[in-house]
Design a binder for this molecule. Structure first.
Ligand code: 5AD
Length: 432
């Protein structure tokens, strides 16, 4: 075991990823080094997810395994959404855990590190956020949290419990963090929030559209992405900002959850099927070629065959480039627990299969349609499968592996002619 070394295991969403980057950055400032494996670490942190029951169960089985590490003297911490949700109950089930670090306390890691508290799970009004101490894994991209928490209270969702009420960071901090990120070579900025487009500066009242404009016009920002947007918060101003600034990626992750208005109402999603489709239409009209991805829940209580057919028909109508679909998973303390007409597991599984089969078809056709076109690709790193090739992303978020260049610096935008569509990626050749 190396003195003061850490190992962080991260589950879940981009927000958790970024929290791990922030924790790692703070640990480095305090003299820790990254351990090559958990066996060598003096501090092991699980940054956990509880969006569905399965992810939550994984935490406790992992903790069981980590008991051994504890016996050789390592310290063990649980962070993230299970930490927030379960708090001191984690210590009851796994007394060898040294500390529990909630999602609102990432900025005050010292308190648990130095033993001032063992369970830190409050949501402080003022959050510490040291953007100078973030271990960013990518040389070309920086993720920046703009808003934490969620006020939407969708009936299925645990996030209001695990991430608290919405709290936006001051506009001027976000601009300063962007300038700093650019100065370290990160020319792609990705703004993060559970409901990123609900952003509102607590000092000036500036909106998400204002923020998009400010970040897009910061010198050195070659690409600007953001996620996750809530469909009911897509404003005309936000679309206009995307239209005006060509470095804002023509891509939106816009979770729809279901294609049936009846299900959406029970989910309390605050929009209907028609309103969602109208929003997509509005964006496509203003910015042709915009790509969309989405999240879907299958087997929500009361979902009928007809409701599910409406989800399939919405998928055909929108033609999402990619999607995440999940079987509904009951979460503690959520209003949906009181809904009747549970969908049997076999029915939900069968629906999920049909959904994936349809998406596969749509995705295949979408990827095939790119062959022969020349797309602008931001080079990120050598390709994982073949290091003699280059890998990067299109602005609508497809990974492209390409050849045809002798030297290229990360972050460069390169026109690439697409020669082949693969399962989930594209191949091509740089255009001289
Ligand atoms: N069951 C299944 N999926 C869920 N999600 C959120 N809560 C649940 C739940 N209780 C999905 C939603 C959300 C994504 C991050 O996870 O689709 O958009």
């Amino acid at each position: 075991m190396t003195a003061k070394s850490y190992f962080i295991e991260t589950w879940g969403c981009q927000m958790n990823d970024l929290d791990s980057q922030r924790i790692a950055g703070q640990l480095k400032l305090r003299g820790y080094r990254q351990a090559a494996s958990e066996n060598e670490a003096s501090l092991i942190l699980l940054n956990t997810c509880s969006i569905r029951e399965k992810s939550e169960q994984k935490v406790f089985s992992r903790l069981g395994v980590l008991k051994e590490a504890k016996e050789r003297g390592a310290r063990i911490g649980v962070a993230g959404c299970v930490a927030q949700q379960e708090g001191a109950r984690i210590l009851e089930r796994a007394p060898y855990v040294d500390f529990v670090l909630g999602t609102g306390n990432v900025g005050t890691l010292d308190d648990v590190l130095e033993g001032r508290t063992r369970v830190a799970i409050d949501f402080p009004e003022a959050r510490e956020y040291d953007y100078l101490a973030i271990e960013r894994p990518s040389a070309t991209r920086a993720q920046i949290t703009v808003i934490e928490g969620c006020n939407k209270n969708c009936t299925f969702c645990i996030v209001p419990t695990t991430r608290g009420r919405e709290i936006s960071r001051p506009f001027r901090h976000l601009v300063a963090e962007t300038i700093h990120a650019v100065s370290t070579g990160r020319s792609e900025i990705e703004l993060l929030g559970q409901t990123v487009n609900a952003y509102r500066c607590p000092e000036s009242g500036q909106t998400f559209a204002d923020l998009l404009k400010a970040i897009a016009t910061t010198p050195g920002v070659a690409r600007l992405r953001f996620m996750t947007s809530h469909p009911a918060e897509v404003s005309d101003e936000m679309i206009e900002a995307m239209r005006l600034h060509s470095n804002i990626c023509r891509f939106l992750h816009l979770p729809v959850q279901s294609g049936s208005s009846a299900v959406l109402r029970r989910m309390k999603r605050l929009y209907t099927r028609e309103r969602y489709l109208e929003t997509i239409e509005r964006i496509r009209e203003a910015i042709p070629g915009t790509g969309f991805s989405t999240d879907l829940i299958v087997g929500f209580p009361g979902e009928t065959d007809d409701d599910f057919e409406q989800t399939l028909s919405l998928m055909k109508q929108v033609r999402f480039g990619s999607l995440y679909a999940f079987k509904y998973s009951p979460r503690p303390g959520t209003p949906a627990l009181r809904l009747k007409d549970e969908v049997p597991a076999e029915v939900a599984n069968a629906r999920l299969h049909r959904l994936f089969a349809l998406q596969e078809e749509i995705q295949r056709e979408t990827l095939d349609s790119y062959v022969g076109r020349t797309l602008e690709v931001m080079y990120e790193a050598p390709s994982r499968n073949d290091p003699t090739e280059f890998a990067g992303k299109t602005d609508d978020n497809w990974t492209v592996n390409f050849t045809g260049l002798s030297a290229v610096a990360p972050g460069m935008l390169i026109p690439v002619r697409i020669t082949q569509a693969q399962h989930y990626t594209l191949r091509g050749e740089a255009v001289a």
